[in-house]
Design a protein around this ligand. Structure first.
Ligand SMILES: [Fe+2]
Length: 218
């Protein structure tokens, strides 16, 4: 603990959240069947795919338990942060808000990687669910304070966080947090659903739902 006469006023802290889905084998088996037929039907990957990566967008029939889990996790994470902030902004409560998940599928073959990027303009939280993750290479998170290892190790919030995924792992993180995916070192394909989660206010907007922006909490 630091000197107790020093008062801490936190301004920087970023977290990556992780859980492993119970009974992920059954979920992944069902998802994998749909993913394989998706890939067969649309063999050409979407734009922005890196070499040896296939990417497609389709909603899978087997996604219900996963989407439900993502929504529950995202809502609890975001409402907890909101409650921690000591100001008068409206609490993120289930009576007024819901979260919405948009996901896409990535299949990365041997040596496939993804360069450093973030999802800041696409959602509030971002995340990944691993249908096949074990031994397929790490995802690495780098804070804005990370600076290509130019900072000395004792400077706070500058160290990358390296996460080695396992099948059934679900991770969530703030959409502004930069991350990269290391080359897949194995012959086993890395198969995941990447997603963005957006907070939506209930009962507003033409469809009854509106993305919540900073000014909504003014
Ligand atoms: Fe990403």
């Amino acid at each position: 603990m630091p000197d107790p006469t020093l008062t801490r006023h936190p301004i920087l802290r970023t977290d990556v959240w992780h859980t492993r889905i119970e009974d992920y084998a059954a979920l992944n088996g069902a998802l994998l069947d749909e993913i394989r037929s998706h890939q067969q039907q649309e063999p050409t990957p979407l734009d922005l795919s890196f070499p040896n990566c296939w990417r497609g967008v389709r909603k899978y029939a087997a996604d219900a338990p996963l989407v439900e889990r993502i929504n529950a996790a995202a809502f609890s994470i975001l409402s907890d942060y909101r409650a921690e902030e000591a100001d008068a902004r409206e609490a993120l409560v289930a009576d007024s808000f819901v979260t919405d998940v948009f996901y896409w599928t990535n299949i990365n073959g041997k040596n496939a990687l993804n360069e450093l990027h973030n999802h800041a303009h696409a959602g509030d939280l971002a995340g990944v669910y691993y249908v096949q993750g074990t031994e397929t290479g790490a995802i690495v998170f780098k804070s804005e304070q990370w600076s290509d290892n130019e900072h000395a190790a004792h400077i706070p919030f500058t160290a990358p966080f390296v996460f080695e995924p396992h099948d059934g792992d679900l991770i969530l993180f703030p959409s502004y947090l930069k991350h990269e995916v290391r080359p897949n070192p194995s012959a086993r394909e890395r198969i995941n659903l990447a997603f963005n989660v957006t907070v939506i206010r209930k009962g507003s907007g033409p469809a009854g739902l509106t993305r919540v922006r900073r000014e909504d909490f003014a």
